[in-house]
Write a protein that binds this ligand. Sequence first.
Ligand code: PEP
Ligand code: MG
Length: 678
Amino acid sequence: MQQLDLVIYNETGLHARPAKTLVNLAKTFESDIKIQHGAKKVNAKSMIKVLTLGVKKEGRITVEIDGADELAASVAIEEAVVSGLGETVNHPSSNGHSEAAASETPSNGHAKPELKANELQGVAASPGLACGPVVRWTESEFDIPTDHQGEAAELEAFNDAVVKTQAQLEALVVKVTKDLSAEEAEIFEAHLEILGDPELQNTVKEQIKAGKNGAQSWHAACEEQATALSQVGDELLAARAADVRDLSGRLLSHLLNQPQNSRVLHQPSIILARDLSPSDTASLNKNMVLGFVTSEGGPNAHSAIIARAMGIPAIVSLGEGLDSIGDDATIVVNGTNGRVEINPSAESLAIVKAEQAKIAEKQAAMLAMAQDFAKTKDGVRIEVFGNGGSAADSELCKQNGAEGIGLLRTEFLFLGKEEEPTEAEQFETYSKILEVMGDRPVVFRTLDIGGDKPVPYITVPNEENPFLGERGVRLMVNHYPEMLRTQLKALLRAYKESGASKMAIMFPMVGQLYEWHSARQHFNDVAKELGVDTKGIELGIMIEVPSAALNAPAFAAEVDFFSIGTNDLTQYTLAIDRQHPTLAGKADGLEPAVLHLIKLTAEAAHEAGKWVGVCGELAADPAATKILIGLGIDELSVNNNAIPALKDRIRQCTKTECEAVAQKALRLRSAADVRALT
Ligand code: PEP
Ligand code: MG
């Protein structure tokens, strides 16, 4: 047996993210691994159990590893804990500055003016000021049956609900990653982790065998874990109880076939609720939700983290005061000092409005300029497009100044569905997107699925390395050509019937010429079959695989454009899984090796008279703007929130200066050196 005595230096202890990293790592070993903290010893492969240890910053843990691969496990676990379990940590011996992992929480301030009679004090959770009518959200309550359909039937129904919940969460991870960030998506990855927790699953199955039905067993097991988490006496862990309850409701809604409460708002409002589940928060429509106030929860709850990412003012932990707010009240939410003002006076409202104006001033200035083209100081226009997955996203992009959609991820129509969307459904969605964008061009990316983004109607043989297997266009042309043709038909029909003058289609994950040739052949066949004139349609490929960048001249001769997917290009160039629990932070698109591939791609495109864009996350990275412009990128496509600031940055520099910065960057030795340069 191996034993390790370790100290956790993570800022917030062994909370969700580092715990998940540790649990995932433990699961890769056969050995039995236990973690002890104080008097409690738990299975290191159970996320919930590890969380209930309540290890805080500078907490000591003892890891006991017993089994065939104990030595390898001990080395890996020690290294992972010391290097911060995916977070930057400040060891007492190091001089480094720790980077706060979560977004900064707003301060409650010290010297606050006295509360007015119509004010309530809560805990500030997401800064900013909001004012508007309230809407009270109640929680979904499930009618949990007491009958038992027999062990086999109960187990089958439970397993079925687990599979559906898993598919829904996987789709949510993809959506939140694209809409917000990978950091917020980790919340739902943690839900997936809890869902698959061996201890939780075993408890439920044992209860079913002992005579309880699936819903009773699951509900009881989750409540037990949630209560255990809230009793550790740690604010951060108490917030995780909301995650367990959120997951519990999600699975129950599948198991009992009862919908969770509808969360549709009919006018811009401020939400009042006991607590918002992370799922509720992630699905908030930013245009309709002005802010939210909860009676429970804390500033570290995932709902608060998501609110900060979305820029929605929020207050938590208002207590019973929440019930004193009338259903027809108008309130002011001050997410910076944690105060709620009920039915503010005209004078108060005027102050709030002035304050709101000041806060919004900078953003407004950038937004006001966002519909104009972005030109460098020496007059070079860089096209700024938006990334999205739906008509709603496209609308947001347009409002924020997108000159078109540079990456329309069509997989959102496919993920989380039990069956493949029909041609008619696809036609309707694509038509809506074209309608929203009007004369602004849309680049539709064909289905990029498989491997890491599974759907039930696509079966890929088990692969050791899904990222290197059947995914993207390869999966389509090799195994599902009919699915690709259906999609192309829907796209071509939407184009034809919308009367759009321009549209673009690009294929993902192209690495070799045959994949592009095969996809293009399907496109030509379908266009012929439908009799569509394709003159206004550009056909391009994503450059996400190093071979495509290195062979760019061959592709450039045949395609209409390139769009560089730096997320995957970085992953494949550095051989680092973009979701790797400990290494993903090192997958930096500013690594000189990646920059050289971008340079080759841009040169090849321009030599052939074609345009080249970047639609991966690097396009929105402030440190990359000058370099990408300097490397000759014509179009940058980013999430809607990033558009106004990107245009602002473009206007602050000259192309000549960008070229000089890019040349310097290409000669540097690491991403860190490049970041230091910009
Ligand atoms: C990319 O890989 O950079 C990209 C934009 O595609 P996705 O993130 O959808 O894989
Ligand atoms: Mg990609």
